[in-house]
Design a protein around this ligand. Structure first.
Ligand code: GL2
Length: 838
């Protein structure tokens, strides 16, 4: 069909080779991109060149949707959700885009008919590791769901030049290697220098009266940094909607310092450029005390200011006044990292757009909503007042003003309750003064949410209790979810196939529909197929481990997997204590009948987190001994797989039989790995923590291996005075395990190596491993018994997967839309001359 030839814009007809989906067109497009974009002939092309040619071929096929989507939003007054997040852990784009476009099979064939190895090319993609773990990955799942539900949305974040470090293991220790993900270019992003934005830092403020005699403040910064947006399309599943992930890169404004400011000082000017560009150089690993890291505050302010200025520009493009800004945008603060946005929006509205304070404050509160992601006190962000004032002098004044007005309200409600006032204040004045970012976010938002039912309850009772008493109506729970597109369809195509054969493909957008499969639980043939798939994937993983790490693992054994960041509260070392317990049992009785198990670990430790790194060393040291002891006879295997990332997650979740979710109750806000495992038919051994509780409710208590103290029990035991030493002495099995570590058995006789870990357990045990040890060991025995009964295990596995409907990120996003954002789906019409919906 021909385009209507009415306007110049419409006459730019999109070429067939860039949209066509026939095998011939696809093959030609790959060859064409190889030549014209990579500048290579097939004979001299690298695998990466072919991958790039393929990626551009796919990108071409989603550009029309992307442009139409953006145009639709610009033309109408629809509300746009802006997800502000310092982290977006997107994972590889290629497969996901192929699935969402509905062209996976065609493209695969086209690649193969071009004489190329599809899987090999797919593996060339560098994953953008722009996040630490759950929080960043959640943002990525939410972007997928927003687009799939056709909700107008922009993800705003930082384009780190170096994402999360690559992990290598040497001599059992973690080594960090710089992540050079941009080394060969990134075919999924488009730079938009024309949309750059200036961000100010430092300097001082000046009060003045404007022409109407109104008191105003202007900010005279000492440096200006330019934010350059890089846009990546985020396509929904089989819809026309392709939203935008807009990541900001910091640059020095060119002419600025060279001409006016640094005449004659060429090297000084270049240095300023370096300073500016440092802002988006590297992702900060979490789990480290964040205090005093000026660069981190610069990063946060930088991306938030760029994003809010961008929104204001878009808003003013669509309408004349900022008075209804909050009807144009719903801005979600993904944790407190973007919380400075509250003060920045006030500054933009009051100082730069002359809106009066009260109205600006209404707009601000109606715009923002805040998600809290952690209860750990050490992770609650606070900035030293002095540092903050130096970098953002105007924002400090604004925060004082917000605080004064806010505390006025508090005083009116609780006169003379000075302690409460001090507790609620945006400024912590107990010692050195700090700005409490969670308080700024709470005061400046109309909604505050936790990420699982228990977490929200604990926020209300504990971390944000005073705010809850003040504004109970602001609090809501939004249990996390994950996208079934990436976490089932892309990562477990065989399982998806089987499900499609039984109930069609509707479940991919309506995960609750998996429930229909319960009807097949008693179907022996179905169970056999289910088992076979798990078996095949386990074999694939075994081959992968053999090929990449030269370790033999037995695909018939129980695959027991714990993959997540390494942290004491997540208790990877509790798992290690169990492994040593099993090992001791075998050593005592070499003919004991144990269920063969492969313990698979993966995860990164923050580079400065000594204890977490020692836990990695412990796991590897135990692996060395256990894997090489002839008495074990291959019944136990322990592997720590280096460099756990999204791509490896996609491989390991489908291969797991058992999912370890063993954090101390009350510590894991939600967890999302727990959902991915269960969706892929793994059973969970877990505590009543985070979303585990809701997973257990959904899949049924009889299909979940529960152990350990509950949160109230943890609190009670702490209050009573917990003494790990008592548990050590009362439990001979535990004592033997600890003594074996202390004796140097796993460290070539070195009795010092693991002492910090052992001492921390014996004398503090902050995360109560010893209190939960026996319960965990007993529960693992139940796992063994269940695994011996193959049919029973399969039934449990099926019921786990098919009852996971609640944990789709689509459900979570629907709740956010209805209860927090007031955002509606918008249909994106395709122009006539482009391909129809797949
Ligand atoms: C986390 C929580 O620790 C984790 O339990 C939760 O699932 C995710 C997403 O809500 O957020 N908070 C946090 O700072 N990180 C997380 O993974 N890094």
């Amino acid at each position: 069909m021909n385009p209507p030839v009415e306007t110049l814009q419409q006459t730019i007809k999109v070429e067939d080779d860039r949209t066509g989906l026939s095998l011939e067109t696809l093959k030609r497009a790959i060859a064409d991109n190889l030549f014209y974009i990579q500048g290579k002939y097939p004979a001299i092309a690298t695998k990466n060149d072919f991958y790039m040619a393929l990626a551009y071929t796919v990108r071409d096929r989603l550009l029309q949707r992307w442009l139409n989507t953006t145009e639709t939003y610009l033309k109408s007054k629809v509300k746009v959700v802006c997800y502000l997040s310092a982290e977006f852990l997107m994972g590889p784009h290629l497969s996901n885009n192929l699935v969402n476009l509905g062209i996976y099979d065609q493209v695969r064939r086209a690649v193969e008919e071009s004489g190329l190895d599809f899987v090999e090319l797919r593996e060339q993609e560098e994953e953008p590791g722009l996040g630490n773990g759950g929080l960043g990955r959640l943002a990525a799942c939410y972007m997928d769901s927003l687009a799939s539900l056709e909700i107008p949305a922009i993800g705003y974040g930082i384009r780190y030049e170096f994402g999360i470090f690559d992990q290598e293991i040497r001599d059992g220790w973690q080594i960090e290697i710089t992540d050079k993900w941009l080394r060969y270019g990134n075919p999924w992003e488009i730079e938009r220098p024309e949309a750059s934005i200036d961000v100010k830092f430092g300097g001082y403020t000046q009060a003045y009266n404007d022409e109407n005699g109104h008191y105003r403040v202007r900010w005279i910064p000492d440096i200006i940094v330019k934010g350059v947006p890089y846009d990546t399309p985020i396509l929904g599943y089989k819809v026309n909607t392709a939203n935008t992930l807009r990541l900001w890169k910091a640059e020095a404004p060119e002419s600025f310092e060279f001409e006016a400011f640094n005449v004659g000082d060429y090297y000084g000017a270049v240095n300023e450029k370096v300073v500016a560009e440092n802002i988006t150089k590297v992702l900060y690993p979490n789990d480290e005390p964040i205090q005093g890291k000026q660069l981190r505050l610069q990063q946060q302010y930088f991306f938030v200011s760029c994003s809010l200025q961008d929104m204001i520009r878009l808003h003013l493009h669509r309408q004349d006044s900022l008075d209804n800004f909050h009807e144009s945008f719903a801005v979600q603060l993904n944790d407190t990292h973007p919380a400075i946005g509250v003060a920045e929006l006030m500054r933009l509205l009051v100082d730069e757009h002359q809106i009066d304070w009260d109205r600006a404050w209404q707009i601000t509160q109606n715009t923002f909503a805040y998600t809290n992601h952690t209860l750990l006190p050490e992770a609650l962000e606070k900035w030293p007042l002095s540092l903050f004032g130096r970098l953002l002098p105007r924002h400090l004044q604004i925060i004082y003003e917000i605080n004064q007005r806010f505390l006025g309200q508090v005083r009116a409600k609780y006169p003379d309750d000075h302690q409460r006032i001090a507790r609620l204040s945006l400024i912590d004045e107990s010692g050195e003064k700090y700005i409490r970012m969670a308080h700024l976010a709470s005061v400046g938002s109309h909604a505050i949410n936790g990420v699982a039912a228990l977490h929200t309850k604990l926020l209300q009772q504990d971390v944000l209790r005073d705010f809850y008493e003040l504004w109970p109506e602001k609090f809501t729970n939004k249990t996390n979810g994950v996208t079934p597109r990436r976490w089932i369809v892309v990562s477990n195509p065989k399982l998806a196939e089987l499900i499609n054969r039984k109930i069609g493909t509707n479940w991919i957008k309506h995960l609750e529909e998996l429930k229909q499969l319960e009807a097949f639980v008693e179907d022996a043939e179905f169970r056999q197929q289910w088992r076979q798939i798990k078996q095949d994937i386990k074999r694939d993983l075994a081959e992968y481990v053999k090929k990449n790490h030269a370790i033999d693992i037995n695909p018939q054994s129980l695959f027991d997997v714990q993959v997540k960041r390494i942290h004491e509260y997540k208790r990877q070392h509790l798992n290690a204590l169990y492994i040593i317990t099993l090992y001791n049992q075998i050593k005592q009785n070499p003919n004991i009948d144990v269920v063969p198990r492969t313990f698979i670990f993966g995860g990164k430790a923050a580079p400065g987190y000594f204890m977490a790194k020692l836990i990695i060393k412990l796991i590897n040291s135990v692996a060395q001994v256990v894997n090489n002891d002839p008495d074990v006879r291959e019944r136990l295997k322990v592997v720590f797989l280096p460099d756990y990332n999204v791509r490896f997650g996609q491989r390991v979740y489908p291969a797991a039989d058992l999912s370890e979710q063993i954090s101390t109750a009350g510590k894991e806000a939600s967890g999302t790995g727990n959902m991915k495992f269960s969706m892929n038919g793994a059973l969970t051994i877990g505590t009543l923590d985070g979303a585990n509780i809701e997973i257990r409710e959904e899949v049924g208590a009889e299909n979940f291996f529960l152990f350990g103290l509950t949160t109230p029990e943890v609190y009670a035991l702490k209050a009573k005075g917990y003494n790990p030493w008592d548990y050590y002495h009362a439990n001979s099995q535990l004592k033997t395990v600890i003594d074996l570590i202390s004796s140097g058995f796993f460290s070539h006789g070195d009795t010092n190596l693991f002492r910090p870990l052992v001492d921390s357990l014996l004398y503090h045990d902050q995360y109560m491993l010893f209190a939960d040890y026996q319960s965990y060991v007993d529960c693992q025995e139940q796992v063994n018994q269940a695994y011996r009964d193959e049919e029973k295990w399969t039934r449990m596995s099926i019921l786990n997967a098919v009852r996971m409907g609640k944990f789709s990120s689509d459900r979570a996003i629907r709740e956010y839309c209805q209860e927090i954002w007031n955002a509606q789906p918008v249909n994106v019409e395709m122009q006539e001359y482009v391909q129809p919906k797949p």
